[in-house]
Ligand binder design. Structure first.
Ligand SMILES: C[S@@+](CC[C@H](N)C(=O)[O-])C[C@H]1O[C@@H](n2cnc3c(N)ncnc32)[C@H](O)[C@@H]1O
Length: 173
């Protein structure tokens, strides 16, 4: 498959690439679908989660009706994307959620206004299909929480946004 990436400007350079396509690879160049933030999305996390779902091949009806645990969910762009996809969402954040999420037509959002460190997995509903984490803490702080929760929940899908703003953490990845 030939990939061509253009800038909007008339005289801008363009990039050409060639890759051999195979099952499981995303059709879009760079694995990134060309998405636009919808007006009802309260944050750009809507784009992050939609891109991650598409890149992983999880942007299918398979997730409809399933449960997502959204850690660091406020104000709610990511939760809204999942609700729009027909998922049920339990969101964890001490911050306020946007009305678009709280008043979503599905009524399928539940807000746990607690820090992730106090979240008891035994009190969560069974069958979490996706854990999403977008908590703005450093990876050494947030990853132990993910590990503790995942040991109990065994979710088959995880999407983690890690804030790799220190070169040492990027090298470790
Ligand atoms: C980048 S924002 C999340 C954006 C969100 N995913 C969305 O879709 O709009 C990071 C969030 O992490 C939350 N946060 C920070 N520390 C937390 C903690 N210990 N437990 C739960 N949430 C936390 C903040 O309150 C903040 O809302």
């Amino acid at each position: 498959m030939l990939d061509l990436l253009f800038d909007d400007a008339d005289d801008a350079a363009f990039f050409a690439g060639l890759h051999r396509h195979h099952d499981g690879a995303h059709r879009q160049p760079g694995g990134l679908p060309r998405l636009t933030l919808p007006p009802h999305a309260p944050s750009r996390a809507w784009l992050k989660v939609e891109q991650a779902l598409a890149w992983r091949g999880w942007d299918t009806p398979e997730l409809q009706g399933r449960l997502a645990l959204d850690l660091g969910c406020a104000p709610g762009g990511a939760s809204l994307a999942l609700l729009d996809r027909g998922m049920r969402v339990t969101g964890v954040d001490t911050g306020d959620m946007d009305e678009a999420v709280l008043r979503h037509d599905s009524g399928a959002f539940r807000h746990l206004r607690t820090p992730v460190g106090r979240l008891d997995p035994a009190r969560l509903p069974a069958g979490v299909s996706l854990i999403l984490c977008d908590i703005n803490l450093a990876p050494p702080e947030v990853l132990p929480h993910i590990e503790r929760l995942q040991r109990a929940l065994r979710a088959p899908r995880l999407i983690l946004t890690l804030k790799l703003n220190i070169p040492r953490w990027r090298a470790a990845g």
